[in-house]
Design a protein around this ligand. Sequence first.
Ligand code: CP3
Length: 342
Amino acid sequence: MTEKPVLRVLAGDPVWPPPVWLMRQAGRYLPEYQAIRQEGGFIARCTTPDLATEITLQPVRRFGMDAAILFSDILILPWAMGQELNFVDGEGPVMAPVRDVAALGSLEIARAPERTAPVMETVRRVRAALPPACTLLGFAGGPFTVACYMVEGGGSRDFAATRTLSYSHPVFFDRLIELLVQGTVEYLAAQIEAGADAVMLFDSWAGILPPRQFASRVIAPTAAIVAALNQRFPGVKIIGFPRLAGTLVADYVEQTGVDCVGLDTGVDAAGIAAGLPETVAVQGNLDPMLLIAGGDALREETGRIRDALRGRPHIFNLGHGILPQTPPGHVADLVDALRQVA
Ligand code: CP3
């Protein structure tokens, strides 16, 4: 039996009080991250093991989180396969769009292991440095979400080019998704081999699709990744985060085989959980805005979500990533409120 609370929950056991980590816990709201940030570009930070290891450990050290999430990005995989990527201050990622067969043909999974070797070195170093009860989470983007950025050439309010292309050139879009499924399996397998205890798929834009497209572009590729990883690493735990999926969460859980599902802020966590098999863990749901507001509102809602999911396998987390303007003291308050149980 593992002594890591997060892994126990992922195995289907309720743990009380629930273990906690926060999406985007490593990053811009921390002064100790800002200090490192002066030293170069974002991709360089992700691919310099000294820096990425330190940034991964910062929130664990400061708040005693029950999990560390590897400091990297979901766009490192397309970058490692050969797509041009830059992070522009104040603008986010900018990529050379992939919208035709020539651009798709220039991407190669075989190129990725060399470019992501420093990421795997980071995983090994973090693994060696973490306290024994702390779980190390590897991650990748969900194929659909990664495709959104790849086709669009960066972020977007509605990913109109991507969604249009998926209807007008479905064969092309399927090939892109298939490439990402294969690339993601290899990338996550390498993280697991380097020492990640479990892995998470961030599918941040999953819920912008209508149900039939959600089935083919989110559920099917996720199921393929889960099946391939389970075959290679029997017993490995996988968290899926189909953000904005709403009523489709139950289908997602049932048809992908994930061990845990991340819930965004838009659902009633206990209501959704009641419709899932009782050994499937849930994670998430707290509004990141509450972490900015702090105070009684934060403490009360933290306690409410925790108590509403009592008796279920539950990992406490936010419904989306920590925002940069979050006061670090509020994160400490959240962890404290969560662990104060009668
Ligand atoms: O959670 C963590 O602390 C681990 C690291 C992590 C980052 N990005 C670091 C990062 C993780 C798990 C991600 C996931 C990610 N990246 C997602 C899925 C989750 C979500 O928030 O929806 C997405 C869509 C991306 C793509 C991405 N990366 C965007 C759109 C941006 C720019 C906007 C933003 O949030 O900053 C990034 C940059 C990025 N990724 C930063 C960090 C710490 C900021 C870089 C900096 O300014 O130093």
